[in-house]
Write a protein that binds this ligand. Structure first.
Ligand code: UGA
Length: 378
């Protein structure tokens, strides 16, 4: 981006893009390193080396990738070593947008965190984000390491919130309470907030599982273990498997030879992303226990196919339900929120619905003759 000329240009070549730019954004992946859960920084470092070669005039190197604390220092060292003459500042500017809502989140951010001590970099970053708001864009200037940690702390906190309400849901089932009412009852307290209190089959996706693990590792390596985050990771892993047991118990304790219909495979609606999706653990457990699994997802079946060779993929929710012993809602796609329940009832072999996203109201479904199991509600 050339801020002063308000110009955005596209090129497949790195060098002309970096030359003369006011700011260069690094936005490459930082997947979990196989084996130890640390973030793999090889793409970030490779990008830094390439950028170093093309720097020309004062340039802000902005790191948007989710990286562990201290990565900005390392990027600075790499560039400085390759180009002792270069005039640059390395800034941390973490990304908080959600998959499937990225443009909306970008245009209306709750906050933009910028980590730098360099006043010239501060000025460039303020100018870049100025068009986002007519008044004052919600910029939060902090130190670079603080900014890097803020990203992980945000994701770990949200993952904790979800895991907390998931455990409360289990307790609700035991004591005859309703988790949705509890969530509303606590969420209206501004100090708690109502978002991310929707109980379900556990969080998945490309961010929470990877980032909680990386933060846990940073804590352990730094001698300040984050025991809450360690517990969240363990509880969430166990939960995905526990969801299959919920289905098994709805079917009287065994799924051997039974046909199970799964609606939704992606880790959340409006994406085809299968990374760490709860459906993976659910399918593995059910198929492992001898069930015949049939599934439908509006977007993710192509991605899911190679990951679940034991599953038969169907064309729509109704053909999935046909002849099944139970229908399981795994992802809350809009298409599954308003099913023709009477038609579903006529297609199923046994009228059992396991709703892992609490899409339906128990009374409505039971009235139609279903045996209905959901999460954290009687
Ligand atoms: C998440 C964060 O919400 C973004 O702010 C962040 O930028 C992004 O990670 C990232 O680090 O890149 P995302 O993974 O796209 O975004 O999806 P979310 O909408 O946060 O959902 C994550 C998981 O939590 C899903 O499996 C979802 O089903 C689950 N979830 C979410 C619940 O089970 N209950 C809730 O109340 C909310």
């Amino acid at each position: 981006t050339n801020v002063r000329q308000n110009r955005l240009s596209f090129t497949t070549d790195l060098e002309p893009a970096v030359r003369g730019a006011d700011a260069v954004f690094i936005a490459v992946g930082t997947p979990s390193r196989r084996g130890d859960g640390h973030a793999d920084l090889s793409f970030v470092y490779a990008a830094s080396e390439k950028i170093a070669g093309a720097l020309d005039g004062f340039t802000v190197v902005v790191n948007k990738s989710t990286v562990p604390v201290g990565t900005g220092d390392e990027v600075e060292r790499i560039i400085r070593e390759l180009r002792p003459d270069a005039d640059f500042a390395v800034v941390s500017n973490p990304e908080f947008l959600r998959e499937g809502a990225a443009i909306e989140d970008f245009k209306r951010p709750d906050r933009v965190v910028i980590g730098t001590d360099d006043s010239r970099a501060r000025e460039v970053m303020s100018e870049i984000y100025r068009p986002l708001s007519l008044n004052q864009p919600p910029l939060v200037f902090v130190g670079r390491r603080t900014s890097e940690l803020t990203k992980y702390a945000a994701n770990a906190f949200l993952a904790t919130k979800i895991t907390f309400i998931n455990e409360v849901a289990d307790l609700c089932e035991k004591v005859g309470a309703d988790v949705q009412d509890v969530a509303r009852g606590i969420g209206l307290d501004n100090r708690i907030g109502g978002k991310f209190l929707h109980a379900g089959p556990g969080y998945g996706g490309s961010c929470f599982p990877k980032d909680t693990l990386a933060l846990m590792k940073t804590g352990q390596d730094s001698g300040a273990s984050l025991r809450i985050v360690e517990t969240v990771v363990a509880v969430n892993d166990a939960r995905k498997r526990a969801m299959a047991r919920k289905v098994i118990s709805a079917l009287g304790g065994s799924v051997r030879g039974k046909r199970i219909a799964l609606l939704g495979l992606a880790f959340k609606p409006n994406t085809d992303d299968m990374r760490d999706a709860p459906s993976l653990a659910i399918v593995a457990s059910l198929a492992g226990d001898g069930a015949k699994v049939y599934a439908y997802d509006p977007e993710s079946m192509e991605q899911a196919r190679p990951l679940m060779p034991e599953v038969t993929f169907c064309e729509d929710p109704y053909s999935t339900a046909e002849g099944a012993d139970a229908l399981v809602i795994v992802t809350e796609w809009d298409a599954f929120r308003a099913l023709d329940l009477d038609r579903v009832r006529s297609l199923l072999k046994q009228p059992i619905i396991v709703d892992l996203r609490n899409v339906y109201r128990p009374g409505d479904v039971r009235k139609r003759g279903f045996n209905y199991v959901s999460v954290g509600r009687r």
